[in-house]
Design a protein. Structure first.
Length: 287
């Protein structure tokens, strides 16, 4: 079977990934990063726009860790490099989310080649993120989670129903993507097709995914998906059917959300508030 960008077939969505990540440099066992590269040194090797994207993505990983959306090393977030539409940034696979910094992020092209400093990356991450970026030129950020609520809802076809205002924030933009063989070119292409139909994607039997033109807009999408998933699972344990929101209200909310998501500042206030939270924990992610 063909594999995405020439990667060998592997099982990437569990602890298997801890031993089967693609290795661009041999480091066994894991050694701490060389911290000699200062912020100014790292910044000097790239554009201001790329450095800002790196700082934003490193902050995003800290926010994901703050919300408890981690799965050891298995999930991943990325950002397209400004001015380089065929390149994106993703986490160095050996690092826990609270260890990720702007300079430790891996820069890759859509073919799976590491650009600049070598490092390890999640093979499934390449399949997922390159698939979205190839299919959606308007996507500049992609988030993927394996939370209990998100993975739970992914076990049910059309699992998110219009039963909460959180669900209505994403309901009109929901897409359900069939589970495919991980790390294959077929799955990369198939995900791209699914993403043509919406930016809030339930990966069936797997987890959640969201993409958007901005980091703050993407975070807002997946936050509302996570909330909707949590409430959906709670509702299914109550022993009686949930109250369904009236169809005219659902349609009206959909119209409102389509407009809201198109605005450049969609999710920006929440993003700025969360940056204050992670900055209080330490701003070393900017190095």
């Amino acid at each position: 079977m063909a594999t995405a960008c020439g990667d060998p077939l592997r099982m990437p969505y569990s602890l298997y990934e801890l031993t089967q990540a693609k290795t661009l440099q041999s480091v066994t066992p894991h050694q701490p990063r060389d911290n000699a590269m200062t912020t100014s040194t790292a910044h000097a090797t790239m554009t201001d726009a790329e450095w800002q994207a790196r700082c934003d993505l490193a902050a995003l990983y800290r926010i994901v860790e703050y919300f408890g959306w981690t799965d050891i090393l298995a999930t991943h977030m990325s950002m397209r490099v400004p001015g380089e539409p065929d390149a994106f940034l993703i986490n160095h696979y050996e690092e826990m989310f609270h260890e990720i910094t702007a300079s430790s992020l891996i820069k890759m092209n859509l073919a799976g080649e590491v650009l600049g400093k070598p490092g390890r990356f999640n093979a499934a991450g390449l399949t997922i993120h390159s698939g979205v970026y190839k299919a959606r030129p308007d996507a500049n950020c992609v988030m993927h989670t394996h939370t209990r609520a998100g993975a739970g809802v992914s076990l049910i076809r059309n699992g998110i129903r219009p039963i909460s205002q959180d669900a209505l924030a994403v309901y009109d933009d929901l897409v359900y993507h069939e589970y495919g063989m991980p790390t294959t070119q077929e799955e990369c292409d198939s995900l791209g097709v699914s993403c043509q139909h919406g930016s809030c994607v339930v990966l069936l039997n797997h987890g959640l995914l969201a993409y958007g033109p901005t980091v703050h807009g993407t975070l807002n999408r997946i936050y509302m998906m996570e909330r909707a998933a949590e409430l959906e699972l709670i509702s299914r344990s109550l022993g009686e059917p949930p109250l369904m929101i009236a169809e005219d209200v659902v349609q009206g909310f959909a119209k409102h959300m389509k407009t809201a998501r198109q605005k450049p500042n969609y999710g920006l206030h929440d993003w700025n508030a969360l940056l204050r939270v992670v900055d209080k924990r330490g701003s070393e992610y900017r190095c």
